[in-house]
Write a protein that binds this ligand. Structure first.
Ligand code: SAH
Length: 357
């Protein structure tokens, strides 16, 4: 008999069925898979050795076949509002960020799905150097577990937002199994309604997310009320168009019953005029929509800024008078540059032509 040796795999890349099948192949009882997962997702262990009710022989096999955490935390920042941010170095030396935000009862984690981003939004730090690769399911889940282990014993993650680096709907093959694990009882047991996927607006991906059948919250980064302006701010829009996005979000609402959120980064002098608010109101007033205005977070090499508080208030007022539900996003972790992509950017050099463009 020949034995095949392979390099260890990331345990977190296996779902429940995959781990059960592995246990069976090792001659172990299937319930061992649930036992192992309880340690990983429920009891916050960092090594296989700490899985006390797993027999030593099985723990040795786990060591031989799998890694548990593969990333290194190369920076850990804690803001004055107790927002915490990790810069994780992946096994291949690439970097991603993830964030833990605390509000009275909520503990929200913000996750990355890709190394870099291909969408090219002109105000965003994540895409300045394009996309390098997709994260795997395990690399997405590892961010959650790393942040979970920063919590006190009596704290629990209550919400997940997929609003870190990357375009989540461009990596649905890895993201959907990760969300399924976060959702299921033997995982984190988080209701789909407590999870939000934020997208630049890829209609095909929105439909695939709806077809998954769980009522995840959908947030669409609109940032402009007409295609001419959106093409300038969100270049990928030239291949999509606002009409196609709204057709997909209408379908999303139909099939999941979840009200869609539209994110709108306010950029001084670019998309913050009252006329833009009126147009946006025209698009959204008859839809079951929520607008989340995000004053631009400064990004080091970019020459763009948030409008004044007065201009922002006018924008809100115009939208409200059009009958649209609107909030202005609170800034969390501002003193640690918690907005997406900013820490990772410091690990990279930005080509000058990108900055100048
Ligand atoms: N690719 C996804 C996730 C991006 S991050 C998407 O486009 O939705 C989540 C939100 O932060 C998006 O709305 C994004 O446009 C916004 N964002 C990115 N850079 C920002 C900045 N510098 N200031 C404010 N918001 C920013």
């Amino acid at each position: 008999m020949t034995s095949v040796t392979t390099s260890p795999r990331r345990l977190l890349d296996l779902d429940r069925a995959g781990l059960s099948a592995w246990c069976a192949a090792q001659g172990e009882a299937p319930y061992r898979a649930d036992q192992i997962r309880r340690w990983v997702y429920g009891k916050r262990v960092n090594t296989f050795d700490d899985m006390h009710d797993v027999p030593a022989g099985l723990r040795a096999k786990l060591h031989e076949h799998f890694t548990l955490f593969e990333s290194q935390i190369v920076r850990h920042q804690v803001a004055s509002d107790r927002t915490e941010k990790l810069l994780c170095e992946l096994a291949d030396g690439e970097h991603v960020e993830c964030v833990l935000m605390r509000e009275t009862q909520r503990r929200t984690v913000c996750l990355s799905t890709q190394v870099g981003c291909a969408m090219g939004c002109v105000f965003c730090a994540s895409g300045l150097n394009g996309v390098k690769r997709n994260l795997s399911t395990g690399e997405i889940l590892e961010q959650v577990l790393r942040l979970d282990r920063l919590l006190a014993a009596d704290e629990r993650i209550t919400n997940v937002v997929v609003m870190g680096i990357g375009e989540p709907l461009a990596n649905l093959n890895a993201l959907l199994p990760a969300l399924a694990t976060l959702n299921e009882k033997g995982g984190l047991g988080l209701g789909a309604r407590r999870m939000t996927v934020s997208t630049v607006g890829l209609p095909e991906g929105i439909r695939q997310l709806a077809a998954h059948g769980k009522p995840f919250n959908l947030a669409v980064s609109l940032h402009a009320p007409n295609d001419e302006l959106r093409n300038r701010i969100v270049p990928v829009n030239a291949r999509i168009g606002i009409d196609a996005i709204l057709a997909a979000t209408d379908d999303y609402f139909q099939s999941t019953g979840r009200r869609v959120t539209y994110e709108y980064v306010l950029l001084r002098g670019l998309n913050d005029a009252e006329e833009h608010a009126r147009q946006l109101g025209g698009l959204l007033a008859r839809r079951n929509a929520h607008v989340n205005l995000i004053p631009m977070n400064p990004v080091e090499p970019l020459d763009m800024a948030a409008p004044s508080a007065v201009q922002t208030a006018k924008f809100v007022d115009t939208l409200e008078r059009a009958g649209v539900n609107v909030t202005v996003r609170k800034r969390k972790g501002a003193d640690i540059e918690a907005a997406c992509g900013q820490l990772r950017l410091q690990t990279e050099t930005v080509p000058l032509d990108v900055v100048a463009g």
